[in-house]
Design a protein around this ligand. Structure first.
Ligand code: HEC
Length: 206
């Protein structure tokens, strides 16, 4: 008796409307998710045809315009690189601000975050393993930054400025030369010719 009551044309119509509203909502939220993702570099779909699963034509268009040398990176590596880059720019901001105040300790502290170190060298090696010349350019950049700390130690504003300018030249040269190319772990392994995760076995003889 109860069942008979529910099944009438009005209820069927309501049911249909609810269902179609639900499915529309699902499509909308999927589209929203996709467009949100496309502004976050680390999760944006790859420009590589083999891994593109959605409408990638705008990315192809961009890739064709941007003819810098691609640096293959897995998504997590690409995100780490972007975070490093943002930190590099913060370092420059702090160096320039501290220099204006002649706060030499602060200049040194900020410069230390971009100066060369064994850890920095290891990371640059890892990031550049799929692009010829990238690692060398990265190491040269950190070496140029070393002179900023030296200038600060000598309380020599002109030397700090010169070294900062020289360092910025390494930033802009690299940016003019390379672009990120976000790829899958498999593609990264193929493109870097590496069949192992780099740096996990430093004792191995190569
Ligand atoms: C050895 C190469 C190299 C050097 C040196 C370098 N960068 Fe970058 N940087 C890159 C690459 C590659 C990208 C990614 C470009 C792209 O979007 O494809 C990048 C991107 C950036 C971005 C954009 C980050 C984002 O959120 O999209 C900033 C900011 C940046 N770099 C700042 C700097 C500063 C400041 C310096 C120097 C103090 C510097 N970089 C030195 C290679 C380099």
């Amino acid at each position: 008796m109860m069942n008979k009551k529910i099944i009438n044309p009005f209820n069927i119509l309501v049911c249909f409307l609810v269902l179609s509203a639900c499915s529309n909502e699902r499509v909308d939220s999927k589209e929203k998710e996709y467009s949100d993702q496309s502004i976050i570099p680390a999760t944006a779909p790859s420009t590589s045809p083999s891994t593109c699963t959605d409408d990638c034509s705008p990315l192809y268009e961009l890739a064709q315009m941007d003819n810098r040398t691609p640096v293959p990176l897995q998504p997590m590596m690409a995100w780490h690189q972007k975070q490093n880059m943002m930190a590099h720019l913060v370092a420059i901001e702090k160096i320039v601000g501290a220099l204006a105040d002649e706060d030499w300790e602060k200049v040194k502290r900020a410069s230390a975050t971009i100066e060369s170190s064994p850890q920095m060298a290891q990371m640059c090696q890892h990031m550049g393993s799929g692009a010829l010349g990238f690692t060398e350019m990265a190491l040269d950049f950190h070496k140029r930054a070393d002179a900023i700390g030296v200038g600060a130690k000598n309380k020599n504003a002109k030397a700090v400025l010169k070294a900062t300018s020289n360092t910025l030249q390494a930033c802009t040269t690299c940016h003019a030369t390379y672009k990120q190319d976000v790829v899958s772990a498999d593609t990264w392994t193929k493109r870097t010719g590496s069949d192992h995760v780099p740096n996990v076995n430093p004792g191995a003889s190569h």
